[in-house]
Design a protein. Structure first.
Length: 213
């Protein structure tokens, strides 16, 4: 029992480590607004993951694998990430005041939450993970456990994700006091470019599905 729970925790932690759009947004928010702004981006992302996990658990994955649904998912990911990337680059040229403790963009924690949720729920790679990897784990686990027990154990994935989010939020908060205006300007530009890059790759996938061959 403990071993099964631990394996799900390790799975969630391991799959969170690769740098993606959520991690970039958490670092950007954390370096400007501190721990809670970064953490709430992560919480928003985890909330989207809960929605996706439940969809897979209750057998609705088929609705996300059809050609039309896949095109819509890729396009949605393209629009969300390109928008956030452009916003990040634009924000780099606004005045930054870190030393006085004031945020460059004094957005609320609610905004951070919904930004994280939007990134995760519209990220095709995230959706593919839940359909493929979690779908496989679910199929295997259902052979030896009851449905309710599998759902309970699956929830341990979010413990691993939360641990990684704490690491990122804590690191961003710790680095907040050592970053100056010039650093934050370039970090916002680089982070924005990375988000746009992710978004463009999703847009390319959508075009490839719309116009195969």
């Amino acid at each position: 029992m403990i071993g099964d729970l631990f394996s799900f925790i390790v799975l969630g932690f391991s799959l969170s480590i690769p740098i993606g759009a959520i991690t970039i947004e958490m670092l950007k928010r954390g370096l400007v607004g501190g721990f809670w702004h970064a953490w709430f981006v992560g919480v928003g992302g985890m909330s989207a993951d809960v929605v996706l996990m439940l969809l897979i658990y209750f057998g609705i994955a088929g609705l996300l694998t059809g050609p039309a649904a896949q095109i819509a998912i890729w396009l949605c990911g393209f629009l969300v990430l390109v928008y956030l990337g452009v916003e990040s680059i634009q924000g780099a040229f606004r005045r930054i005041d870190i030393g006085s403790g004031e945020n460059r963009q004094p957005k609320s924690l609610v905004n951070a939450f919904f930004t994280g949720f939007a990134i995760a729920i519209s990220n095709p790679l995230n959706i593919i993970f839940w359909i493929s990897i979690y779908g496989s784990v679910l199929a295997t686990s259902l052979q030896v456990m009851s449905g309710g027990k599998v759902l309970l154990y699956s929830s341990a994935i979010f413990i691993g994700i939360a641990i990684w989010d704490l690491v990122i939020a804590g690191s961003a908060h710790a680095g907040k006091g050592y970053t100056g205006e010039r650093f934050m300007k370039w970090f916002s530009i680089i982070a924005g470019a990375a988000l746009i890059g992710f978004g463009l790759s999703f847009g390319w996938q959508a075009l490839a599905k719309l116009f195969p061959g």
